[in-house]
Design a protein around this ligand. Structure first.
Ligand code: SF4
Length: 89
C-alpha cells in the first residue's frame, strides 16, 4: 500500500523525477494485469482471452499509465513484468 501511495506522489508531485525515470524503462506490457492488483484488484480490470484489459483504458489515471515507474514498482508484483530498467538506476 505504501508503495502505491509513493508512486502516486512521484507521478503527480515530482514530474521531473517521472520524466527522468520514464526514459530508462524498456520493454513492453505483456498484459498480465498484475499491476492492476497491487493492494486491491482494480474494478476496471477484466480478462479477455487471458489478456488483461482495462474498462476505462483511454481514461485511466496517470499512475496506471506509467507503471512501472522504477524498479521498486516491479517488486510489488508476483510475476515478471514485460518492462525492465537499466542497471544504473
Ligand atoms: S505488470 Fe507489467 S506486463 Fe503486467 S500488465 Fe502491468 S505493465 Fe503490463
Amino acid at each position: 500500500m505504501l508503495k502505491k501511495i509513493r508512486r502516486h506522489f512521484k507521478v503527480y508531485l515530482t514530474k521531473k523525477y517521472f520524466e527522468k525515470h520514464k526514459e530508462k524503462k524498456t520493454g513492453n506490457c505483456k498484459r498480465c494485469g498484475n499491476c492492476c492488483k497491487i493492494w486491491y484488484k482494480c474494478p476496471f480490470l477484466e480478462f479477455k482471452s487471458k489478456e488483461a484489459t482495462c474498462k476505462i483504458y483511454k481514461h485511466r489515471p496517470a499512475v496506471c499509465r506509467i507503471f512501472p515507474l522504477n524498479r521498486k514498482d516491479l517488486e510489488e508484483i508476483s510475476t515478471k513484468c514485460g518492462f525492465h530498467f537499466e542497471k544504473s538506476l
